[in-house]
Design a protein around this ligand. Structure first.
Ligand code: ZN
Length: 100
């Protein structure tokens, strides 16, 4: 049988570990929500017909589109989420994403 202080140490470690894991999960979810929001904005501000943005502004003048299309990593994230969806895994793609 463990000495009492060793048991306490083990529980403290488990507690610290659990805290670190839930913190990591929170950070992960928060990042996923940020990407999800940015993808949603980009869907609303993409080039439609006649060089117009879907919001009606000329695409090359839409400031929202300029911001939303600035993040190259977003393409990788979006592609990864589409792949996840096609595999039948959980995906963070916004509900109104065309791949859904
Ligand atoms: Zn726009």
């Amino acid at each position: 049988m463990d000495r009492p202080e060793r048991v306490i140490t083990r529980y403290l470690d488990a507690d610290v570990l659990e805290q670190a894991q839930s913190e990591a999960e929170r950070a992960f979810r928060s990042r996923e929500r940020a990407w999800q929001g940015l993808v949603e904005v980009r869907l609303l501000h993409r080039e439609a017909d006649d060089r117009l943005c879907r919001c009606g502004t000329r695409f090359d003048r839409c400031e929202v589109a300029m911001v939303a299309h600035r993040y190259g990593n977003l393409d990788d994230w979006e592609l990864d989420q589409v792949r996840r969806l096609r595999r039948g895994d959980w995906s963070a793609l916004p509900d109104r994403h065309p791949a859904r």
